[in-house]
Design a protein around this ligand. Structure first.
Ligand SMILES: [Zn+2]
Length: 245
């Protein structure tokens, strides 16, 4: 048996056997790990509020030889989304970040840059900001996973698209000029492309201090979420919930 203690983010839980929960954890040192929280349903005291999705914890767990699931021994809360009043938008944003991490990260792959991104975005969601952190997360997640299309050049003809509108679609990689756009393609304005460049240069904390109502960068957010969905090969249910909000 190998014991581990380290930082982690709780992604989701589901019931297992009678009184146990399986917990999907994004650990800093080992990537995504699944473990059993024994008696978690009966004894709330042991894990308390630490099992809420997107809780930042110090996790103690044991890897057992020949067992797929680790044994969770303790989760100490470092920061909890429940420490602030929860509203619809914030809850939906937290769930979206959790859903994307759960779907994008293979089990056991160490992703320290993604871990730092998640924590920085969580901090901003924690203080009640929603739209910039979510947009920042979706764009950066694409970049860190290697899914972010080059926005400065037409993928079909190589035309320099800098400073202009670009087109994208759910069926093709990359973006194109207007002439090469696919049927059903969507435009991404020059302003959105410029905002993406700012997001890749800046910190979420610095950017989130500006005023970001829901409508600001909405087009860019939709683009980033569609690129994520294209690579995750599925609709992000939580992104729809968030957009409805
Ligand atoms: Zn072209």
């Amino acid at each position: 048996m190998i014991e581990h203690v380290g930082e982690a983010i709780v992604l989701r839980t589901w019931p297992f056997h009678e009184a146990d929960l399986v917990v999907s954890l994004f650990t800093r040192e080992q990537g995504r790990v699944k473990g059993v929280a024994r008696h978690a349903l009966k004894s709330r005291r042991r894990f308390g509020g630490a099992l809420e999705p997107m809780t930042h914890v110090r996790a103690s767990y044991a890897e057992r030889r020949g067992q797929e699931l680790v044994r969770l021994d303790a989760l100490e809360i470092l920061s909890s989304p429940l420490s602030r009043p929860v509203d619809y938008e914030r809850t939906a944003a937290l769930e979206m970040v959790a859903e994307v991490l759960e779907a994008a990260l293979p089990e056991g792959a160490v992703e320290d840059a993604v871990f730092r991104l998640a924590l920085a975005v969580l901090d901003e969601l924690q203080v009640g900001r929603v739209w910039m952190p979510v947009t920042y997360f979706a764009l950066w997640m694409n970049r860190l996973m290697g899914w972010m299309p080059e926005l400065g050049r037409c993928a079909a003809c190589g035309l320099d698209l800098r400073g202009g509108t670009v087109w994208y679609s759910a069926v093709n990689d990359g973006v194109t000029c207007a002439d090469d756009r696919s049927a059903g393609g969507t435009a991404l304005s020059a302003e959105s492309v410029a905002t993406a460049a700012r997001i890749f240069r800046g910190t979420v904390k610095g950017l989130a201090e500006e005023d970001w109502p829901k409508a600001r960068a909405a087009e860019l957010r939709r683009f980033a979420i569609e690129v994520l969905e294209r690579h995750l090969e599925g609709r992000l249910m939580t992104a729809r919930v968030l957009a409805r909000g």
